[in-house]
Design a protein around this ligand. Sequence first.
Ligand code: PBG
Length: 349
Amino acid sequence: MSTDDLKGGQENWSDFRTRRWRHSRGLRNMLRQIHLDSTDLICPIFISHGEHVRVEIPSMPGQFQISVDRISEEIKEIEQAGIPAVILFGIPEHKDSQGTGAWVDDGVIQQAIRRIKEVAPEMVVVTDVCLCEYTDHGHCGLINGNDSLAGADTLPADYVLNDETLALLGQIAVSHARCGADIVAPSGMMDGMVTTIRRALDANRYEHVAIMAYSVKYSSAFYGPFRDAADGAPQFGDRKTHQMDFAESRQAMREARLDVQQGADFLMVKPAMAYLDIIARLHAGFSEMPLVAYNVSGEYSMVKAAAQNGWLDERETVFELLTGMKRAGADLIITYHAKDVGKWLKQMK
Ligand code: PBG
């Protein structure tokens, strides 16, 4: 160390031994600012059509597609791990151009919500509100020129129709609320989706049901394993006309502001690991709003693959990643690691 580094009145660098803060485990624990807790976590579940289904997703070791009749054992395990909330994604038997399976009363998600509320009334049930898992073309909305349903000649062919899609999103949200969902989470990045859903919920007297907006959802390669898991890859094109460009951050503030103005109860940033700066910016700019980070499928699969190869210590890696998300400003984290983390935290007590 050169004496130049010690200028500013301090002659004796020994007065600045920062290592003293970290000398013992006890001290390190006392000085920790961020404490990961199982109540921070929301556990995703893939609900499959059919019966007796519990099929592991090849690209997401430890994650399963589960049918409604097998859901109660899963929910009990999640509850025992101390996780207070789940978010549901559906894999319907039939898909069509309008994504009908997303709002019908006997849809997979509708059945799953009712079943979960029977076996675990306290469990907070969040539902993904989007069309991509239910449309045969795999897009998050109606497509221009498809079955002459809607649209306009002035819009490009294959355009994901915004305003026509909104009405369906309202209908999906109300169908989830009717079954007992606590929070609906629109993920399609359509303009105006929060207003539309809020109005639809209120008009049907579900004013107590909250909206967790996927406000800042980037177009990301990290969704790859999810699209296998939920069978929701687009059959043509991509989602770049509505999901955000990863080289942009100004739009994140605009997206979040619009969602707050439209009545969102929670904001979300997705994915998480490559977007900690965005989480920090939203935390600073919208400090009154609960902020959710979505630790997405590809982020999970990377950790799992490395851990399975013995290249990373799974538990240490997961704690470091999730703690980093909280340190950046996330209040809640949607993560496929939720059940494991809940169990690890219990073991550590
Ligand atoms: C859309 C949706 C997606 C994810 C959550 N909701 C897929 C997409 O936008 O293509 C991805 C979640 C993940 O990768 O874990 N309904």
